[in-house]
Design a protein around this ligand. Structure first.
Ligand code: IVH
Length: 707
């Protein structure tokens, strides 16, 4: 069939072509999938599918029941299905200046135990401002495409990915399992044309190419994605059945050879001087690239070193994103509002006359804290030359990437004559309780605890959030609704677990309410019941204790293993001294500030009572130890001291923890083993005094089977 420009097709022609395409693609599928005898080339197949989807996008009413667009990947009627990533999709830590890059190099060398002069190469490439996508190929066929989601579980956008020209459906010569990762983006020209088409058709226009790319990929109807001009740069990988190469650069070369677009501005740099020179070169070309980039990414080139460096909780140690300076604009500050967060922090928010900053309309920005408004830092040292910020001022707003916009500067020459210095509230605007600022804390906090509705609601939102109790059907919106409910209030976490019995006592009225029905109420009660069994780490994180994040909660849970043991230890640490206190702060990764916050939370009567009421409804599962079936050091507390010669301290620690050991910084009666290298001093002596087993580095490596 002759290829007419899609814009010129009449409805009848479009219907005829869709029928034709359904047949031809159907035959090609049968030949390929059922008979394993493809009759057309991959490129022809891809082109047919794209044309089919594009015609459907222009004539949605003509979309056929047997549309080929619906025959690939998961059907996505009620939203996207979720797909767990075989290998987590992580983010990158950020650097903002040259010094950060030199420090990055130093920390990589230190971790690896490399001297300042040892050769160490990095790749440097543009950081594409789009959205990341993971493409899974099995036996050379694209079987799944997933967005990053929360890094562990993404959205299944397979059908959509099939419609993107730069994503091959079939690869030849690829490992049996290959997950290609990269960025979906839209060029400036395509973005402008798309917005023109959208506004002519009375449709939604996009604020910037990144939003347009994300909005186009995350479409429930793949035909819409097909009609959007999306592109893809490959820059990383996930699961692999066989390594791609020995270096980052060669691995990316292989992805290019397999048919992926890779970024031509990638360079190999021998250290920070070359990295920064390449950064300057990319920055100089930024405006003429034709697509948005927001920085440069550096990666250790040697993949064996990448593996040794490994990951922190959400970012690799072997890579860093060097961001371009933020974008700026001036506008008027109309008001300062105070928001009260989960830990009672009073956060000032600037309400601004809306202004476009780097393509995004900004009307709110953070003002950090009261010192920042007053023009000084927490030590009283002037910032912005000591200029304070007042309502009515002209202020400079900046944003960098997804970071919340900030107010950076004030134009005193435009300050209204009658302006007055801002007085930061000393009582909570939500509950009227005193708002106190403790010594050393930059933030003023409401002392109302759970009686402060803002704190209580934020704590409850955190409690039900995905990484905490993750209760289906009980999200932020429902928490707000139930908090103020006269019949079925949820004022503290324990109330969630009495919701069903309270509703029963209240004549099962929930199901009759607006927005609820028998099924949704039943589903909610079931979802709540499902979470009565909860992991120790999750529970601890869900409590929302200041400074105790997810990673720390899990670390603490792995250390104490079960809840009663933990409770006893926390009780024993009251007063911040004694063996239980030493044990707590001895956990590598738990600092004194976190430990104090934890112990104080449990020592506070009202908070403790609320936790006890909650735990009474739960079956708390002991923490899972790392996979340590044959580990000789599982559960043991190990202290490293002195110089290690075959690996760095950080590596030794990471390995020991992977084997289920607890690594502590200090020797105490609870220490099981001390590994002492040359130069070990007081710790080795203390170990000898306490009669604790002490090994040298080789002895340790022998013990863990690494010699
Ligand atoms: S490497 C383990 N390289 O930036 C991390 N990421 O801010 C692998 N991004 O989530 C990522 N350009 O979506 C990498 N050349 C590039 C990139 C890049 C853009 C994105 C990616 C990542 C985010 C982190």
């Amino acid at each position: 069939m002759a290829q007419t420009d899609i814009d010129a097709l009449t409805e009848a022609e479009a219907a005829a072509e869709l029928e034709h395409l359904a047949r031809v693609i159907g035959e090609a599928n049968a030949a390929y999938h059922s008979r394993d005898e493809p009759e057309i080339s991959d490129a022809e197949y891809d082109a047919l599918k794209r044309r089919n989807a594009a015609i459907e996008a222009r004539f949605p009413d003509l979309k056929r029941e047997d549309s080929p667009s619906d025959q690939v990947g998961a059907t996505v009627a009620d939203g996207f299905s979720k797909v767990p990533h075989a290998v987590r999709m992580l983010s990158l830590s950020n650097a903002f200046d040259d010094e950060d890059i030199r420090e990055f190099d130093t920390s990589v060398r230190k971790y690896l135990g490399l001297g300042v002069d040892a050769p160490l190469a990095y790749t440097a490439e543009p950081k594409i401002d789009g959205l990341s996508l993971s493409l899974r190929y099995e036996d050379g066929r694209l079987v799944q495409a997933a967005t990053r989601g929360d890094g562990e579980v993404g959205e299944n956008v397979t059908a959509n990915a099939y419609t993107i020209a730069g994503i091959p459906a079939i690869l030849s010569g690829a490992p049996a399992v290959l997950e290609v990762r990269g960025e979906v983006y839209m060029s400036h020209a395509d973005f402008a044309a798309l917005n023109t088409r959208q506004s002519e058709a009375g449709g939604k226009t996009f604020a910037n190419p990144r939003n347009a790319a994300a909005g186009s990929l995350r479409q429930l109807d793949p035909a819409i994605t097909a009609a959007r001009p999306l592109r893809f740069f490959a820059y990383a990988w996930g699961e692999l059945s066989a390594p791609l190469a020995d270096t980052q650069q060669a691995a990316i070369g292989r992805l290019a050879a397999l048919g992926f677009q890779t970024n031509p501005l990638t360079a190999l740099c021998e250290g920070p001087v070359a990295m920064l020179a390449h950064y300057a070169q990319i920055e100089a070309q930024r405006a003429t690239l034709g697509y948005d980039i927001d920085g440069v990414v550096y990666k250790v080139d040697d993949l064996a070193l990448q593996q040794r460096l490994g990951f922190r909780s959400t970012t690799p140690r072997w890579a860093i994103a060097h961001k371009f300076p933020a974008e700026l604009a001036w506008t008027r500050l109309e008001a300062i509002d105070i928001q009260v967060g989960r830990t009672g922090a009073l956060s000032p928010v600037a309400r601004l006359q809306p202004v476009t900053v780097g393509g995004v309309v900004v009307s709110n920005a953070t003002l950090h804290n009261e010192d920042y408004i007053a023009g000084c830092d927490a030590n009283g040292i002037p910032i912005r030359d000591g200029k304070d910020i007042r309502v009515g001022d002209w202020v400079q707003v900046y944003r960098a990437g997804d970071v919340i916009p900030k107010v950076a500067d004030v134009d005193l020459s435009r300050r209204p004559d009658d302006s007055e210095a801002y007085v930061f509230p000393t009582t909570c605007p939500e509950c009227g309780s005193t708002a106190l600022r403790e010594e050393g804390d930059a933030v003023r906090r409401c002392t109302g605890g759970m009686i402060c509705p803002a704190q209580a609601v934020e704590k409850l939102k955190h409690f039900v959030s995905r990484k905490a109790f993750d209760i289906d059907g009980l999200g932020a919106k429902q928490v707000e609704m139930f908090y103020d409910d006269p019949d079925l209030p949820i004022r503290e976490p324990a109330d969630i677990f009495t919701l069903q019995s309270r509703d029963a006592a209240n004549l099962n009225r929930l199901k009759n309410r607006h927005g609820w029905g028998e099924q949704s109420a039943g589903n909610l009660f079931q979802a709540i019941d499902d979470k009565r069994r909860i992991g120790f780490g999750r529970l601890l994180f869900a409590l929302g204790i200041r400074h105790v994040g997810e990673a720390a909660a899990n670390l603490i849970a792995r250390t104490y293993v079960d809840w009663p043991q933990f409770e006893a230890a926390i009780g024993g640490a009251e007063g911040f001294d004694g063996p239980d206190w030493d044990g707590l702060i001895g956990i590598d990764g738990v600092g004194e500030v976190m430990a104090r916050s934890l112990v104080s939370a449990f020592a506070q009567e009202a908070e403790r009572a609320s936790i006890d009421r909650l735990v009474a409804h739960l079956e708390v599962q002991p923490a899972e130890r790392p996979r340590t079936e044959d580990s000789p050091v599982a559960g043991k507390t190990v202290v490293f001291t002195g110089t290690l010669e075959k690996m760095t301290r950080a590596e030794a620690k990471a390995r020991a923890e992977a084997l289920g050991a607890k690594v502590s910084g200090s020797v105490s009666a609870r220490t099981d083993l001390v590994v002492a290298g040359p130069g070990a001093g007081s710790k080795a002596k203390k170990a000898a005094d306490l009669g604790i087993e002490t090994l040298d580095e080789d002895g340790w490596l022998d013990l863990i089977g690494a010699l």
